[in-house]
Design a protein around this ligand. Structure first.
Ligand SMILES: Cc1cc2nc3c(=O)[nH]c(=O)nc-3n(C[C@H](O)[C@H](O)[C@H](O)COP(=O)(O)OP(=O)(O)OC[C@H]3O[C@@H](n4cnc5c(N)ncnc54)[C@H](O)[C@@H]3O)c2cc1C
Length: 404
């Protein structure tokens, strides 16, 4: 090798080292991407993990302009797998927190129309601060969607899931009871079923405050027009003064068993209920008190809702506390029965557990049970793996060690 060749070789090696050093420094100084929420994919999910969707369009659905539909197309352009009416999507939003860094926030939204191979639709109600606590911030994600998500925005979405779907038995008439934005899964159920079973019998009771809150009104009226066995009862709790003449509702008050007894024909029915916590907490037990078999009452809560089942599911004060250990957090706490679930219990005690829906639907809080046993106040719609639990709806029934 000549001196010139040797010099060339040394220069090349030096250049490679300099490039490697610069690359290392640049990569080190880049802000870390938001930590992904480690969620086990639901068994039989149509795709694993998150899939990117682009918002194709958005559409206001109600006269009050608080409920908006978002149409989502997959960025990869592949056809969408079908889903069953009543199922929901789980979204991961990477939102800035108070400290200025980005954190993943999970939320579920029901698919609000019958399946389509090109686009999914969700319909989101903007959640304000609680009326009795106006100082609290308004709903984080619903307001983010309403204010910032426009055509072209990319959203990260997990595959459709959920067990709040119609029973296959079309011979038994179906009663759908929606409160407010709880109409979304029920509308999707009816639209999907009537597309293939146009004569299937449905009674939809749709409770809203006034006609400003009605969504899908034209579609619902069209369903009633096209399908003689689709019966629509719009129930307004506080109709606007001008509404009586406009004839946009059928009943005044709330959907309760007195109304159901009056309107429904005699015979067997399957009930599907989705609405705000007060509706769920009163109507679901009332249906059972009316004598409806437990397996004929199906419901989904859009968040924490306390629904008494036939068994006593209320938190039970204990004479001797149970020891609940959060292994990763290295904390052991006394469960006295004062909390309604292990997630509230953990958070109240300063133990951070990743969470999303707080209703047993999304699986974000799923954690391994190292030892001990739990029970569920409401059966979770997420398919919990053997040896794991969902703290957002689980209660301990023995001393417990959780991996979280
Ligand atoms: C299976 C499923 C399907 C769903 N489908 C739909 C759907 O189709 N459409 C739809 O609109 N929603 C749906 N939801 C509900 C949705 O997932 C969200 O829960 C909803 O949008 C509210 O989320 P948010 O982030 O806006 O509100 P959050 O930030 O979770 O706040 C909720 C409420 O808590 C208040 N709050 C804020 N901070 C505090 C505090 N420190 N203490 C007490 N209260 C506080 C807020 O002001 C607000 O009123 C569904 C939920 C589930 C589980």
């Amino acid at each position: 090798m000549t001196a010139l060749e040797l010099l060339g070789l040394i220069s090349a090696v030096l250049l490679v080292q300099i490039v490697a050093a610069i690359t290392y420094v640049v990569l080190r100084s880049k802000p870390a991407p938001p930590e992904a929420v480690p969620v086990r994919a639901a068994p039989n999910a149509a795709w694993q993990g998150l899939r990117a969707f682009r918002v194709r369009m958005r559409e206001d659905e109600d006269d009050a302009l608080t409920q908006t539909s978002f149409y989502l197309e997959p960025v990869d352009g592949q056809p969408l797998p079908p889903y069953r009416g009543g199922q929901f999507l789980t979204f991961q939003f990477d939102l800035p927190n108070a400290a200025g860094s980005v954190r993943p926030v999970m939320r579920c939204y029901s698919l609000s129309d019958r399946p389509d191979r090109q686009a999914y639709r969700i319909t989101v109600k903007r959640i304000p601060s609680p009326s009795d606590k106006p100082d609290l911030p308004p709903g984080l994600v619903s307001n983010y969607l309403h204010e910032h998500v426009k055509p072209g925005t990319i959203l990260q979405v997990r595959a459709p899931g959920g067990a709040f779907v119609l029973a296959d038995d079309a011979c038994i008439p179906t009663v759908l009871i929606a409160g407010g934005i709880g109409i979304t899964p029920l509308f999707a159920m009816a639209r999907a079923a009537l597309a293939v079973q146009p004569d299937r019998a449905f009674h939809l009771f749709y409770g809203v405050r006034d006609s400003l809150d009605l969504v899908f009104e034209a579609n619902l009226l069209a369903l009633a027009e096209q399908h003689p066995n689709f019966h629509l009862t719009i129930v307004e709790s506080a109709p606007l003064p001008a509404e009586a003449e406009a004839d946009r509702f059928h009943e005044t008050g709330f959907v309760d068993t007195a109304l159901l007894r009056r309107v429904l024909p005699h015979g067997q029915h399957h009930f599907y209920v989705c609405g705000p916590p007060p509706m769920m907490a009163s109507l679901v037990p009332a249906l059972r008190d009316w004598g409806i078999a437990q397996d004929a009452v199906h419901y989904e809560a859009f968040g924490p809702a306390s629904i008494e089942s036939a068994e006593d599911i209320e938190a039970i004060p204990l004479n001797t506390p149970l020891a609940v250990q959060f292994a990763q957090a290295k904390r052991t706490l006394d469960w006295t029965g004062a909390d309604t679930n292990l997630l509230d219990f953990a958070e109240r005690s300063g133990v951070a557990v990743p969470s999303g829906c707080r209703s047993g639907s999304c699986g974000t809080c799923e954690t391994a049970i190292v030892s001990g046993t739990v029970r569920y106040a409401q059966p979770p719609s997420f398919d919990v793996a053997e040896g794991r639990c969902l703290p957002c709806v689980a209660l301990p029934t023995s001393d417990l060690v959780l991996a979280a």
